[in-house]
Each structure stands twice: as C-alpha cells, then as structure tokens.
Design a protein around this ligand. Structure first.
Ligand SMILES: NC(=O)c1ccc[n+]([C@@H]2O[C@H](COP(=O)([O-])OP(=O)(O)OC[C@H]3O[C@@H](n4cnc5c(N)ncnc54)[C@H](O)[C@@H]3O)[C@@H](O)[C@H]2O)c1
Length: 251
C-alpha cells in the first residue's frame, strides 16, 4: 500500500463528472487513494490522462447536459467495474457577467450543465442504487446555493436549483439507503473562469479577503469534504448543504 492510502472505499465504484481538472480531478485522486474504482467523465478529452495516471480509473468523454451521457456513464460504471455506489456530480460552468449582459444562451447553458446535467446523472445513478441496496450522491454546488453572487445570476440560479434537487434526492432516497448531500464551496483556485479570463486562477485568488479565513480554497480541500460525504464516515448525513467556504456565508 502506498503512503497516504487507506482502504475505506475498497471495492466501491464511483462516478465523478467534470473530472478532467480542478475539483473533479482532485476528487478522483482522493477516491482512488482510498481503494475505489472510478469512472471519470468530462467534456474535455484530457480526462483520458487520469486512466494513465491511476489504475482502477477508467474514463468516458461526454457532455453532462445530454441524457445520453448520463445513461452511458452509469452503464459504463456497471460494465467496467460491476456496479455504482457513489456519484459525485461535479461538472459545472460559470458565466461571469452583470445581469444586463447575461444572454438567454448564457442562462440556458448554465441551467443545462449545472442543474440539468446534475439531475440526469443523479436520476440514472438513483435508479441503480435503489435496485442494489443504496448508495451515495454528492453534488457540487457553491456558496451561490445559499447566497446570491454579484455578476453571477445564471450561476446562482443554477446552483440554487442543484441544492433543491439534492434535498429531494435525500428525501426520496432515504428509504432506499441512498444518501444525498451538497458540497457548497467558496472560491477555489481553479481554471473555472478561463473562458472569460486568461488569469482565471489569479482572479479567483483575489477573492481571498472576502472569506473570513483570508484566502480561497485549493481543489484538494474541497475533495476532502466531498470524500467525507461519499464515505461511510458520514453515514447519518443526508439532505445537507455542507459549506466549505472559509466562512464566507457565516455572516
Ligand atoms: N472554482 C470556484 O471558485 C468554485 C466555487 C464554487 C463551486 N465551484 C464548483 O466546483 C465544480 C468544479 O469546478 P472547478 O472549479 O474545478 O472548475 P474547472 O473548470 O476546473 O472544472 C470543471 C470541469 O467540468 C467540466 N465540464 C464543464 N462543462 C461540462 C459539460 N457540459 N459536460 C462535461 N463536463 C463539463 C470541465 O471540462 C472541467 O473539467 C463546479 O461545479 C463549480 O461550479 C467552483
């Protein structure tokens, strides 16, 4: 066993969306290090690099907002690894514009990826988990699940929808042994805004002072919270919006 590895998820099968980079890639590494088999999916073909980096990781390319991707992903987890115990619905996009400049296409794109994509994957995973004794769903929201963010109307609306969806998954899932929780991060230093700014990471880092801890998060810190919620250590946690925001939403 490698240093830092534990076996708490040995034999478990996870599906992680938006896995090519950022929080998704860190989550794949976290789950793999604890013994899980992981199907890692993303729009970006670079997701394939994960299969070369990690044994027990397989990949699939697709757009999460398409129903076919959700169906194919869950089927691939079953075909390649024999089941599905954990879904981490992480894929997400952001549009960084004032309301007056936000287009209908921006709105549709964010609702499509962040809300519809999460719904489709959760529904497909739920069907399998219900029929096989339970499972765990972790959705990746945002502090925008609970507070509005300036210049992020469509993003905030889509993450609010994701949070409400997740609560219903918890309610309907409880009797079937399915837990569902939202991780609601504050700002994380990733490439999330690279469609808008070449300096995405530096720009996001500049929001550090808005967090009581005085800095933004690294993707690995969010993966720890996702991993906790995906593991049996959180066996009595469901329907929760778990803030991992350096205190941003405390005041
Ligand atoms: N970075 C932040 O400040 C921040 C803050 C709060 C919440 N989040 C959330 O964390 C999650 C991960 O974001 P990140 O910061 O790691 O950003 P990221 O851009 O580095 O990673 C997101 C991944 O999702 C993939 N993706 C986007 N649209 C997709 C689609 N339609 N189909 C399949 N894959 C798609 C991207 O290709 C990318 O690999 C997102 O849900 C995001 O909203 C991020």
């Amino acid at each position: 066993m490698l240093i830092g590895m534990t076996n708490e998820l040995t034999g478990k099968v996870a599906l992680v969306t938006g896995a090519a980079r950022g929080v998704g890639a860190a989550t794949v590494a976290w789950l793999h290090a604890r013994g899980a088999y992981v199907l890692a999916t993303d729009l970006r073909p670079e997701v394939e690099d994960l299969a070369a980096r990690f044994d027990r990781v397989s990949t699939l390319a697709g757009d999460v907002s398409q129903e076919d991707t959700a169906v194919r992903s869950v089927a691939a987890a079953i075909d390649r690894f024999g089941g599905l115990d954990i879904l981490v619905a992480n894929a997400g996009r952001s549009v960084n514009k004032p309301i007056t400049e936000t287009t209908a296409a921006d709105w549709d794109e964010l609702m499509s990826v962040n809300a519809r994509g999460t719904f489709l994957h959760a529904r497909e995973a739920f069907r399998v988990m219900r029929d096989h004794g339970g499972g765990v769903i972790v959705t990746v929201g945002s502090f925008a699940c609970t507070v509005g963010l300036v210049d992020a109307a469509a993003y905030s609306a889509s993450k609010g929808a994701l949070a409400q969806l997740t609560k219903v998954l918890a309610l309907e899932g409880g009797p079937h042994g399915i837990r569902a929780n939202v991780v609601a991060p504050g700002v994380i230093e990733t490439d999330l805004l690279d469609d808008f700014r070449a300096d995405s990471r530096e720009y996001l880092r500049s929001f550090g002072d808005a967090h009581p801890l005085g800095r933004v998060a690294q993707p690995e810190e969010i993966a720890e919270v996702i991993g906790f919620l995906a593991s049996p250590k959180s066996s009595f946690v469901t329907g929760a919006v778990v803030a991992a925001d350096g205190g941003y939403t405390t005041a």
